[in-house]
Design a protein around this ligand. Structure first.
Ligand code: SF4
Length: 454
């Protein structure tokens, strides 16, 4: 039975105020898009409206209050952020709540996390595993030290199980100067880890014929390798990490591996392979399906022995024979992928794969998924065990009352990979803090997580 593709929730946005407020608005809009929300051009096309206010002078206060009133009248579901949100009247009461008690939530300026929390509460987005760029759990922006940087929208491929191109259109790359400016603003705002996302990061710039843009007074091409080089340079200035997601294994990806070996970007590649057997890949119409992925992975590991490879796979794609599935298991055994997700195939309404012959029964799809995960459990356990005794750098996400913390190493993307549990340090100068890096010695491992001491 086809699964209905969930409707994309639309958010309307009214941005008032100075350039600082504008940057806040851009960050909220970027985050909304990264999480898969759409923006609405009119009040009645929106499921919810965010008003970013100004509270500087009386005229600006009035303009903001009028804008909130209009959004409430026209739409009804309104979240308010910005300077006026933090302002109180002479009696010490919140101005906005007093004038417009029906608003759903009010935050002050620079409150990306709080605004997104309010959006998640009042307009939760259904998760679609074949469509979403971010995990089902959503992005928790508390801690706020990592951010997603979306470099393009849409996709030029036509994978037969996917409806993204029909929903979001062909690839549209953001200008490289805009991407770099956003990255710089995020680092300036304290982001310690930037996660580069798109539908196909390797294809960045194809639509604009790799047009030359400018950043920092010098020409930079709208091309994946030049973008990664520039991001790596910027991240080094701020002592931050850059992590690449959704990279297809085209030959030019080899050029970013040296940037991983020299520490400019995190040695981590999220390469969604989906299958290994050439015939299944052809039926899936996957990009780069002619590439020799085993050789490519081995070459990457040779260039950068510390690289972590993450991938996702689909088990039970229409027509998948037991022999083709076994081919996938053999590939996984040889490839020794570090982090792996596997979905049992689900037909998405509108996808071309629904018309393929020989659909695999649901119980077989599930059973094959379980076999992939069982094999991966053994591979992961061994690979994680090999880290015991090593010293690794960890970005702390949370600190508990005992002074211990939970963080992530370069091998762990937030929400989708494992974590590192760090014991409370004995020495007071080694106090753990959320959003800070710490070097730790790994003391134990299971198939997903590590335990360590500072
Ligand atoms: S590469 Fe394939 S799966 Fe990914 S967005 Fe494009 S069409 Fe969909």
């Amino acid at each position: 039975m086809p699964i209905d593709s969930p409707a994309i929730p639309k958010v309307g946005f009214v941005s008032l105020g100075c350039p600082k407020a504008l940057v806040d608005s851009e960050q909220i809009l970027t985050q909304l898009r990264a999480e898969g929300y759409d923006t609405a051009k009119s009040y009645d096309g929106a499921d919810l409206v965010i008003v970013n206010t100004c509270g500087f002078i009386d005229a600006a206060v009035q303009e903001s209050l009028d804008a909130i009133g209009e959004a409430l009248n026209e739409n009804g579901k309104v979240i308010v952020t910005g300077c006026l949100g933090a302002k109180k009247d002479a009696q010490g009461d919140d101005i906005i709540q007093k004038v417009h008690p029906k608003v759903l939530a009010v935050t002050g300026p620079h409150a990306l996390g709080e605004v997104m929390d309010a959006v998640h509460t009042h307009l939760p987005k259904p998760h679609a595993p074949f469509i979403d760029l971010v995990p089902a759990q959503g992005i928790k922006l508390t801690p706020k030290h990592y951010a997603y940087l979306k470099i393009s929208e849409g996709c030029n491929h036509r994978c037969s199980f996917c409806i993204i191109p029909s929903m979001r259109g062909d690839l549209v790359s953001r200008p490289i100067a805009d991407v770099m400016l956003e990255a710089e603003n995020l680092f300036k705002a304290g982001v310690k880890e930037l996660l580069v996302i798109s539908q196909d990061t390797s294809a960045y710039g194809v639509d604009v014929k790799f047009r030359t843009g400018f950043w920092n007074g010098r020409p930079v091409k709208t091309h994946m390798t030049q973008l990664v080089g520039a991001l790596g340079e910027l991240a080094s200035q701020y002592g931050a990490w850059v992590r690449l997601h959704y990279v297809y294994p085209y030959p030019h990806v080899d050029d970013v591996i040296p940037l991983m070996s020299d520490g400019s970007v995190v040695p981590y590649l999220d390469v969604p392979l989906q299958h290994a057997h050439p015939d299944v890949l052809k039926r899936m119409k996957r990009p780069a399906n002619g590439e020799k992925n085993i050789e490519r992975i081995q070459a990457w590991r040779k260039m950068c022995p510390d690289i972590t490879i993450r991938s996702t796979f689909i088990a039970g794609f229409p027509g998948e024979t037991e022999q083709e599935f076994q081919y996938l298991l053999d590939f996984l055994q040889e490839a020794q992928i570090d982090r792996l997700g596997c979905f049992a195939y689900s037909p998405v309404e509108g996808a071309a794969a629904n018309d393929l012959a020989d659909p695999v029964p649901e119980e077989v799809r599930e059973e094959r998924r379980a076999r992939v995960m069982q094999l991966q459990e053994t591979i992961s356990r061994q690979r994680m065990q090999a880290k015991v005794g090593k010293t690794i750098r960890v970005l702390i996400d949370e600190v508990d009352r005992s002074g211990g913390g939970v963080g992530r190493s370069m091998a762990d993307a937030p929400e989708i990979d494992g974590v590192v549990y760090v014991k409370a340090p004995y020495e007071p100068h080694l106090k753990l803090a959320a959003g800070e890096f710490v070097d730790v010695a790994v003391t134990a491992a299971d198939a997903h997580d590590l335990w360590a001491k500072a």
